[in-house]
Ligand binder design. Structure first.
Ligand SMILES: [Zn+2]
Length: 212
C-alpha cells in the first residue's frame, strides 16, 4: 500500500492519501486546506473511492463534503460519533457555520457508518476499524495489519495524546482505550497521527509520558 500525506489548514492537520496495490484510492481527513487535496487529486488524475473522517472536529473534515460530492463517493464516519457531531455543544472553532452544516448533510446522505471491529475494503487492501473515546465521543482509527500501519486521528501523537478538554473529552477514557486497544498492536506498527510526525507503537509504549 502506498501512503502519501499532506499537512493542511490552520491547525496543520495531516491528510492521508492511501492507494492499494491494485490502484484503488481513498482520502483520510482532507482537513481545512481550501480544497488543496481536491486540487492535487484533479491535477494528478486520481479518483478516490471513499473519504474517511477520523473524528468530528472541523480541522479534519471541513473540506470533506465538497470532496465527496465532487467524486460522488461515500464518507466513512464512526456510528457512535454521529450524535456527537450533531450536538450543539461541539466546538466549531473559527470556521463558518455553513461548512459545518454542509458536513452534517453529507454524513446524512452519504455516510457509511462504521463501528469498532468493522472491516473496510479498498481494492485488495483490508483495513480494520478501531474506535476510541476520550478526545471526542468516538474517534476512529484505520489499521492495516498487513502493512503494519495505523492512522489514529487525534487520539495519540508522538510523545503525547489528544486534548481532552473539549466536549465529551475524558483523559481517563482516552488513556485507558489507548492502552487497551492500541498498545497491544505489534511494537513495530507505524502510527500516523492527525497532527505532527509519525511514530511507532513501541516508541510510544516506551517513552510517551501520558501512557506510563
Ligand atoms: Zn480533534
Amino acid at each position: 500500500m502506498k501512503i502519501q500525506w499532506f499537512t493542511v489548514g490552520m491547525y496543520q492537520t495531516n491528510c492521508f492519501l492511501l492507494t492499494s496495490e491494485d490502484g484503488h484510492c481513498m482520502v483520510v481527513d482532507p482537513g481545512d486546506g481550501d480544497d488543496g487535496v481536491l486540487e492535487y487529486l484533479q491535477k494528478n488524475g486520481i479518483r478516490p473511492e471513499r473519504v474517511l473522517i477520523t473524528h468530528g472536529h472541523m480541522d479534519h473534515f471541513a473540506d470533506a463534503a465538497r470532496l465527496a460530492e465532487h467524486y460522488d463517493i461515500p464518507i466513512d464516519f464512526a456510528k457512535n460519533e454521529v450524535e456527537y457531531l450533531f450536538s450543539a455543544e461541539v466546538q466549531r472553532g473559527p470556521y463558518e457555520e455553513e461548512v459545518f452544516e454542509e458536513f452534517l448533510q453529507a454524513v446524512e446522505t452519504r455516510g457509511n457508518l462504521l463501528q469498532d471491529g468493522d472491516q473496510l475494503q479498498l481494492g485488495e487492501s483490508s483495513f480494520q476499524i478501531i474506535t476510541l473515546p476520550g478526545h471526542s465521543a468516538c474517534g476512529m482509527c484505520l489499521y492495516h495489519p498487513a502493512a503494519g500501519v495505523i492512522i489514529v486521528g487525534d487520539q495519540l501523537f508522538a510523545g503525547s495524546i489528544g486534548r481532552t478538554d473539549m466536549y465529551r473529552g475524558s483523559g481517563v477514557q482516552l488513556i485507558r482505550s489507548i492502552q487497551e486497544k492500541l498498545l497491544i498492536l505489534p511494537e513495530e506498527t507505524v502510527v500516523l497521527p492527525g497532527h505532527g510526525p509519525q511514530t511507532t507503537i513501541g516508541q510510544e509504549k516506551k517513552t510517551n509520558p501520558f501512557l506510563n
